[in-house]
Design a protein around this ligand. Structure first.
Ligand code: GLU
Length: 380
C-alpha cells in the first residue's frame, strides 16, 4: 500500500529516533577505481557527529571491504570472481576500512568500534541476544559501532551477501527506531527509472504488499555492491516488523542526511506495531531449509492466529530438521509466512494431509500438536 503523505525525514531526527542505523554501500565508499572516497566520507562523518551531538546514538553498517581489498590485491571483477577471492579481498579491505572509519570518527571526537558478524551469529537466538547486548553497551558508552559481515569466513550458503538485510537485522538487534539505507538511487520507484521514463518516486509505504514488491527489480546499479531494490525491500520488511522506520535515500550527494532533512526526498517505510521480541527475531531469520504448501482452509486458520496443523499441509520440500525454519506457501506458491518446523522432513512426509487423530498410529508415538506452532510462526 502506498501512503500519500510527505516523506518524513523528521521520523529519523534525533528527537524522534534515539537510535539510528545508517547503511553505507560499497559504491559510496569506494570509487570505480577502487579508491576510498575520502571527501564524501569526511563530510558524512561530520553529519554523524552532528547527530551524535544532538544525542542520537548511531550504528554504521559499512560495506566496501571487498571492493577495497580487490583493488589492493589487483583482483578481477572487483574481487567477486570467486568466493576465495571475495574472502581474501574482504580480509585485506576490512582492515583498511576500519582504520579509515576509526580515523574519520576520531577526527570528530568520536570513538569507533568494529563488529563483524556472520549470518549464523544473528540466526542463533543465543548469539543474537549476545550481539544485541554488546551493541547496547557500546551505544550506552557513546561509541559508534561500525559493522560489516565477516565476509572472510562466510561461505556462499551462510551469508547475508548484502548489507541491506544485515542493516535491518542490526537495527532489530539494537532496537533502533530508524534504519537509513544510503543508496545510488533516490528511493523506491514505481518502475525502474533507468529504463522507464514514467517511473515515479514513492514517498511513503505503510505496507509492503505484492504491488510494492513488484516495483523492485533485481541487480545493483553500480555493479560494486550486491544489494538491489529487492534486498532493500526485504530489509524494509524486517525493520518495519521490528518496529523501526526504514528510509531509502540517495547517498550520491555530499551530506546525504542533511539533504534528506531539507528535501524529504526518499522513500520511507513506516514501522508497523512491533510484535514480541522473539517473533520479531523470527521475522528476520533468513536461512530457510524447506517449505510447506498449505490449503485455503489453513491460510484462513493462520490468518486467525492458529497454528499450522499437518492436515492443512498439501506438500513439503527440502531437507529440514525439527526446529529449522521453513517457508509457508499458499496454493499459488506465494510465500505467506515462515516458522519453525515441529517435525523433520521424513516425519512430515508421513503426517501431512492427515487428521490429528490419525497421527499417533502413523508415527508410532504421541504426535506433536502442530506442524508449525503459532508461537513459532509469523505471517509476512
Ligand atoms: N560485506 C560486503 C563488503 O564489505 C558488502 C555487501 C554488500 O554489497 O552489500 O564488501
Amino acid at each position: 500500500m502506498v501512503a500519500h503523505l510527505t516523506a518524513a525525514a523528521s521520523l529519523f531526527a534525533p528527537a524522534d529516533c534515539p537510535r539510528l542505523v545508517i547503511k553505507i554501500g560499497s559504491a559510496l565508499l569506494v570509487d570505480q577505481k577502487g579508491n576510498i572516497r575520502l571527501d564524501w566520507l569526511q563530510a558524512m562523518a561530520g553529519d554523524i557527529a552532528e547527530r551524535r551531538a544532538a544525542g542520537q546514538q548511531i550504528v554504521i553498517v559499512s560495506s566496501g571491504a571487498i571492493a577495497l581489498g580487490a583493488r589492493r590485491l589487483g583482483l578481477a571483477k572487483g574481487g567477486r570472481a570467486s568466493l576465495e577471492d571475495a574472502q581474501a579481498a574482504a580480509a585485506v579491505g576490512q582492515i583498511a576500512l576500519s582504520q579509515q572509519w576509526a580515523a574519520l570518527l576520531e577526527a570528530r571526537g568520536l570513538v569507533a568500534a568494529q563488529i563483524l558478524v556472520t549470518l549464523d551469529d544473528l540466526e542463533d537466538r543465543r548469539r543474537y541476544l549476545n550481539a544485541a547486548a554488546t551493541l547496547d553497551r557500546l551505544l550506552e558508552l557513546g561509541v559508534v559501532p561500525v559493522i560489516n559481515e565477516n565476509d572472510s569466513v562466510a561461505t556462499n550458503e551462510i551469508r547475508f551477501g548484502d548489507n541491506d538485510r544485515l542493516a535491518a537485522r542490526i537495527g532489530q538487534a539494537a532496537q533502533a527506531s530508524g534504519v537509513i539505507l544510503l543508496s545510488d538511487i533516490d528511493g523506491l520507484y514505481t518502475a525502474n527509472p533507468k529504463t522507464d521514463p514514467a517511473a515515479k518516486l514513492v514517498p511513503q509505504v505503510s505496507r509492503i504488499d505484492a504491488r510494492i514488491m513488484a516495483m523492485a527489480d533485481r541487480g545493483s546499479g553500480s555493479g560494486m555492491g550486491s544489494g538491489g531494490m529487492v534486498s532493500k525491500l526485504e530489509a524494509a520488511r524486517i525493520a518495519t516488523r521490528a518496529g523501526a522506520h526504514l528510509a531509502i535515500i540517495s547517498g550520491e550527494h555530499d551530506l546525504p542526511l542533511r539533504r534528506f532533512v531539507d528535501s524529504n526526498i526518499g522513500t520511507v517505510f513506516l514501522a508497523s506495531k512491533a510484535a514480541s521480541a522473539r517473533k520479531t527475531w523470527l521475522v528476520g531469520r533468513l536461512s530457510v531449509k524447506g517449505n510447506a504448501t498449505v490449503d485455503a482452509g489453513a491460510v484462513r486458520a493462520l490468518e486467525r492466529g492458529s497454528s499450522l496443523l499437518p492436515a492443512g499441509v498439501t506438500a513439503i520440500s527440502g531437507r529440514f530438521e525439527r526446529g529449522d525454519l521453513i517457508d509457508i506457501l499458499d496454493a499459488e506458491g506465494q510465500k505467506i509466512g515462515h516458522g519453525l518446523a515441529e517435525y523433520d522432513a521424513d516425519e512430515a512426509a508421513l503426517v501431512i494431509g492427515k487428521r490429528s487423530d490419525m497421527l499417533a498410529d502413523l508415527l508410532g508415538y504421541a504426535p506433536r500438536a502442530a506442524f508449525v506452532h503459532r508461537d513459532h510462526l509469523v505471517l509476512i
